[in-house]
Unconditional design. Sequence first.
Length: 114
Amino acid sequence: QVQLVESGGGLVQAGGSLRLSCVASVSVFSMGWYRQAPGKQRELVAAITRGAITNYSDSVKGRFTISRDNGKNTVSLQMNSLKPEDTAVYYCNARVVPGATLYWGQGTQVTVSS
């Protein structure tokens, strides 16, 4: 069992920045962020492997940066140039090894006002 604890959500004006962080209870292979807006499906935002291979949604490329500290089992998401359409609950997830169970955090709300 992997516990994930997120922090850093909040309310920000359009054009502003927020930084999300997530800490895992154990060492994991991959970590990532998904988001879910009201009435929409959960979607990938960004993901990163232990070897720092990253993957971003087209909607956030150039604005968001994912990074991780393997020694501390943490992943961060730096979100710049935020837009109202970025408003959602952001969820951290992780896999211990490739193809294994995907674990989820409890989610943190990000609200971008226009």
